[in-house]
Design a protein around this ligand. Structure first.
Ligand code: NAI
Ligand code: OAA
Length: 273
């Protein structure tokens, strides 16, 4: 006898920016097994106007009001808000999809809280690619992971690392390597730009052994990430060229990755690790 169909997972969106808006539209149009149940926004009046075209209206609330309204939260807000969005969900044994992955490194207690309370933090592939192969390779032995990110100037200006090191990129005419180090260092210096490097490191050999270069390139229009992996099971390299969304720092594919991730949660056929 078949099991009764579970009720849809109530999904909350925290942050109604480039990713949040696209995701709200997709949930409203229908992702099987999921229903949009609430949105948290900084400017609630503006968010209510943005959401007024949805077929199924949802409450627009403060972050602190989300937990009783949802079973899963998608964090797509500024990185500094990560603990207040994710903490209450995982402490209640619920799930949190995290886009500001860089901020996980300075709030490792969240993973511990999820372990203690039976919650789960899900970092989708986001603006990157290949985390399926990296996770598989990590079940064996990975010798090295290297990532090279190239971004248009407007996707990088304002990063704290540039200001701290007096690096001006506004007038460059040639590609300039602006950073060489680890994802852990980049998460601090580029909190709105390098979540992908941290996601890669968490899938593979960690934020201190992964190596990362960041280039500002005035000729580029796309955020371009190349990953190179050497493992005992395989060697592979892959590149993704992301078309920016309304937010020049964020590739369009980021919201689509979250949509695909939510679709997989309850799918009868699930493809990819
Ligand atoms: N993991 C990945 O592959 C990627 C991660 N990201 C990260 O995802 C996050 C979201 O990206 P975007 O949508 O492009 O950012 P965005 O800047 O377009 O949107 C963030 C939204 O959060 C809202 N917000 C600010 N304070 C708030 C508060 N107190 N309560 C509720 N909402 C608040 C802002 O008003 C804004 O609408 C960022 O942290 C970004 O760095 C972005 C691209 C790829
Ligand atoms: O890493 C990020 O947060 C965003 C990014 O590079 C992209 O969208 O290509």
């Amino acid at each position: 006898m078949s099991q009764p169909r579970p009720r849809p997972l109530r999904v909350a969106i925290a942050g109604l920016g480039a990713v949040g808006q696209r995701l709200a539209e997709a949930l409203d149009a229908g992702i099987p097994g999921c229903e949009l149940s609430a949105v948290a926004a900084r400017d609630k009046a503006k968010a209510a106007r943005t959401l007024s075209t949805l077929r199924h209206p949802v409450p627009v609330v403060d972050i602190a009001e989300l937990p009783p309204l949802a079973d899963l939260v998608v964090e797509c807000a500024p990185a500094a808000l990560l603990p207040q969005i994710v903490g209450p969900f995982v402490e209640a044994g619920k799930k949190a999809v995290v886009l500001s992955a860089g901020a996980l490194l300075s709030h490792e207690g969240l993973v511990e809280a999820a372990r203690r309370h039976g919650g789960q933090i899900i970092v989708p592939t986001g603006a990157l690619l290949g985390l399926d192969a990296v996770s598989a390779a990590a079940e064996g032995e990975i010798h090295a992971v290297r990532m090279i990110t190239r971004k248009p100037v407007r996707g990088l200006v304002g990063a704290p690392y540039l200001e701290e090191h007096g690096i001006r990129i506004e007038d460059i005419r040639e590609p300039l390597r602006i950073f060489q180090g680890t994802p852990r260092e980049a998460a601090i210096g580029f909190p709105a730009n390098l979540n992908v490097a941290v996601a890669l490191s968490l899938a593979g050999i960690g934020p201190d052994r992964t190596s990362l270069e960041i280039w500002a390139d005035p000729a580029l229009t796309r955020n371009t990430h190349r990953i190179e992996v050497e493992a005992d099971s395989a060697s592979f390299s892959m590149t993704i060229e992301n078309i920016p969304s309304e937010n020049p720092k964020t590739g369009k594919i980021t919201a689509l990755s979250v949509i695909a991730c939510l679709r997989k949660l309850g799918a009868p056929l699930r493809v990819g690790t």
